[in-house]
Design a protein around this ligand. Structure first.
Ligand SMILES: CC(C)(COP(=O)(O)OP(=O)(O)OC[C@H]1O[C@@H](n2cnc3c(N)ncnc32)[C@H](O)[C@@H]1OP(=O)(O)O)[C@@H](O)C(=O)NCCC(=O)NCCS
Length: 146
């Protein structure tokens, strides 16, 4: 298994859209982010991170292809960036929907909830986003110390 940075970021748009359903929202951060892909006999997933300043590295997008989920790839991507950036950043931040599919994942990876941005999804996305049977409304931010 290898994890490496890619340069042709838009070539991975189908994978990025698994983690963030609206391309116009991805366009807001793609150029100022670094994207790493996990290759295990083929690309299985990606993680997109952005320097927020003040020692904070934000995960803007993380996705594993559906048929390869729940095999540890998502956690491996989090552990990779935590290790790679631990000397340059003090905190890893992640924002996600109040969803039964993603919150337990981040908590299993050592993140704790810090704050919520009310109505983020309903105000910024043109179509409702439904995850695990829940319509996403608020953005929940979680952090992990590095
Ligand atoms: C969220 C996502 C990246 C997780 O990747 P993954 O490879 O399936 O996760 P892992 O297999 O590494 O799981 C790590 C841990 O979280 C747990 N976990 C993962 N998904 C979970 C879920 N839906 N419910 C409960 N626990 C979950 C795993 O059981 C595992 O626990 P363990 O460490 O005790 O074994 C993946 O499900 C995905 O791509 N989802 C679609 C895109 C998305 O929603 N991205 C997040 C946007 S913020």
């Amino acid at each position: 298994m290898k994890i490496y940075k890619i340069n042709d970021k838009r070539a991975f748009m189908p994978l990025l859209l698994l983690g963030d359903e609206q391309e116009s929202m991805i366009e807001k951060y793609i150029d100022r982010s670094e994207i790493f892909v996990l290759d295990d006999c083929g690309i299985k997933g990606e993680i997109t991170v952005c320097n927020n300043g003040g020692g904070v590295l934000e995960i803007k997008n993380i996705a594993v292809y559906p048929q390869f989920q729940k095999r540890g790839y998502g956690k491996a991507l989090i552990n990779f960036v935590a290790e790679k950036f631990k000397n340059d950043f003090s905190e890893l931040l992640a924002g996600t929907g109040d969803s039964p599919l993603t919150l337990p994942f981040y908590e299993k990876c050592g993140f704790v909830k810090v704050h919520t941005v009310k109505n983020f999804f309903t105000e910024n996305y043109t179509a409702p986003i439904i995850e695990g049977g829940v319509v996403l409304k608020d953005m929940v931010y979680l952090k992990k110390s590095l």
